[in-house]
Ligand binder design. Structure first.
Ligand SMILES: [Zn+2]
Length: 372
């Protein structure tokens, strides 16, 4: 049993001072008194929150989920700890059927020993619209096909799909009925406003990197973005790297979406590495000045770190720290039905200690400490 003292504890509602958080593998208590027989950790005035959750990350530190090796998952898991990330969805790309199956099997068989925990898979494609493929290889785009993924439904937590493509309605209906734990997300899509709205009635309840890889908002043709902003019950996520969308949108988005807004990294293999040549989904990527682009200039995911996303979003808004932290903890956890992301007795002890600049000092994953 361990107890963290002298921390400013950021819950989803407030910042608590003068409290002690005690944990083993799970959170035991948040109380005024220090329990007996506990090992003390002095936070020296730093902030303590639930560990961050990244629901859209392809890779880090030179490795990618599509490498389909245990080593790749291990390296990603270990390297993102220093960004405060304690759990994530291993995110696949639009590649050949064989490669996707291999990557899914690899996650399913993964016997994790350390690092940020793999909580499941986010399937980004291959059921997307070629018109909005972004950095996904258009040659491998397929019509929605349940057979491709059916053996892996226990690990799939989220699917990014273009609902306007042929077969999507049946696919979404099938998932909704048989696998209600899976969040269906509109993305890499060219749906009209009406098509997007209709997809919400089928079961689509989220939007992947809002604004990116979808038609833009025009005041007479409001498209997917208009439909998302209007629908109170539909959540969305953004890449707050100051490159994928303009920071002037942060305040507006938060005002409109509140508890439905999540921050992601969409980081690829070059995440947590220096500038240079890299790869995503079988395509060459050039990483320069925190931008990852294909040779034709298309943005190819990001090299954003989740703690940087928080820092960026905080800088351009006037929201409270609990509201900010919720965007990478309780909000994604609730959306995906995960038992993490909340600082309350009984929840998994996934914790992060950070300073005012969102630099990470200590991370706790299921009670295990990693300090930096
Ligand atoms: Zn992605």
């Amino acid at each position: 049993m361990k107890s963290i003292i002298n921390a400013k504890i950021v819950t989803s509602k407030e910042v608590l001072e003068g409290y002690v958080l005690t944990f083993d593998k799970k959170i035991i208590s948040i109380a005024k008194e220090i329990p007996k027989d506990t090992e003390l950790i002095d936070a020296k005035g730093l902030y303590l929150s639930a560990g961050f959750i990244d629901i859209h990350i392809h890779g880090s530190n030179g490795y990618d989920v599509m490498d389909a090796t245990p080593k790749a998952l291990e390296e990603i898991s270990k390297s993102i700890l220093r960004t405060g990330t304690t759990s994530f969805l291993a995110t696949t790309m639009t590649m050949s059927q064989e490669q996707i199956t291999k990557a899914l099997q690899n996650v399913k068989d993964f016997n994790q020993k350390e690092g940020a925990r793999v909580l499941g898979v986010h399937l980004e494609g291959p059921f997307i619209n070629p018109i909005k493929h972004g950095a996904q290889d258009p040659n491998h785009i397929q019509k929605p096909n349940i057979e491709l993924i059916e053996p892996f439904m226990d690990i799939v937590k989220m699917i990014t799909i273009a609902p306007e493509v042929e077969g999507a309605e049946e696919f979404i209906g099938y998932i909704k009925e048989h696998f209600p734990h899976i969040v269906l997300s509109i993305g890499h899509s060219n749906a009209t406003y009406n098509e997007a709205k209709e997809s919400f009635s089928w079961g689509v309840s989220h939007a992947t990197h809002l604004f990116n890889a979808m038609n833009p908002l025009h005041h007479r043709e409001v498209g997917i973005v208009g439909a998302i902003l209007e629908a109170d019950e539909v959540s969305c996520d953004i890449i707050a790297d100051l490159i994928h969308i303009h920071p002037s949108l942060f305040k507006l988005l938060h005002r409109l979406k509140r508890e439905q807004l999540i921050l992601i990294t969409d980081a690829m293999r070059a995440g947590c590495l220096k500038d240079g040549i890299s790869e995503v989904g079988g395509q060459r990527v050039i990483v320069k000045n925190k931008e990852a682009r294909l040779e034709d200039g298309t943005l190819a995911g990001s090299v954003l770190k989740l703690n940087e996303a928080l820092k960026n979003f905080y800088k351009y808004t006037n929201i409270s720290l609990p509201e900010l932290i919720a965007m990478v903890t309780s909000i994604p956890a609730k959306r995906l039905g995960l038992d993490v992301g909340i600082l309350e007795k009984g929840y998994v002890a996934d914790l992060v200690l950070f300073d005012e600049g969102f630099e990470i000092e200590l991370v706790v994953v299921q009670g295990r400490l990693y300090s930096f």
